[in-house]
Design a binder for this molecule. Structure first.
Ligand code: DAT
Ligand code: MG
Length: 149
């Protein structure tokens, strides 16, 4: 089954949005298979955001991500990467549609509440950066027979 890496950033944690955000994915029918609460060490932030390391906004992004604990998750489900990217909304909350997480809960690009992998390949890479194999569970949700045809 498809998997993705989602992470509620320090603003989402501090603003008490963890439960609300997790509930949205749960109700969609996606399956939470790993989760942990963690302050990210610098090396892991560098690895996670390596594609952005030379961008002008990177120093600000790095200090924001390291400003407090994050809530890291692995979610599973059919087409989970594209579904969660749609539910998260545009990178800039000013452009994110109402009904999306960034559209409903954020105002500025530098405080956009949540990260989500943008492709299956990125998801594999990011899951491996943040989770050990043995931290990822495997189980059936009792409602799966009413979620999948
Ligand atoms: P996304 O998080 O939607 O995948 P991204 O990978 O392009 O977006 O960028 C990673 C994060 O970096 C993004 O969530 C917020 C920050 N960021 C991106 N572009 C930025 C910009 N122009 N100014 C400030 N922060 C930016
Ligand atoms: Mg990205």
């Amino acid at each position: 089954m498809d998997q993705t890496f989602l992470m509620i950033k320090p603003d989402g944690v501090q603003r008490g949005l963890v439960g609300e955000i997790v509930a949205r994915f749960e109700k969609k029918g996606l399956k939470l298979v790993a989760a942990k609460f963690e302050s990210l060490p610098e090396e892991r932030v560098m690895e996670h955001y390596s594609e952005h390391k030379d961008k002008p906004f990177f120093p600000g992004l790095k200090s924001y991500i390291m400003s407090g604990p994050c809530f890291l998750m692995v979610w599973e489900g059919k087409n989970v990467v594209s579904i969660t990217r749609q539910m998260i909304g545009a990178t800039n909350p000013a452009e994110a549609l109402p009904g999306t997480i960034r559209g409903d809960f954020a105002l500025e690009i530098g405080m956009n509440v949540i990260h989500g992998s943008d492709s299956d390949e990125t998801a594999k890479r990011e899951i491996a950066i943040h989770f050990k194999k043995e931290e990822i569970t495997s189980y059936e949700r009792v409602d799966e027979k009413y979620l999948y045809e």
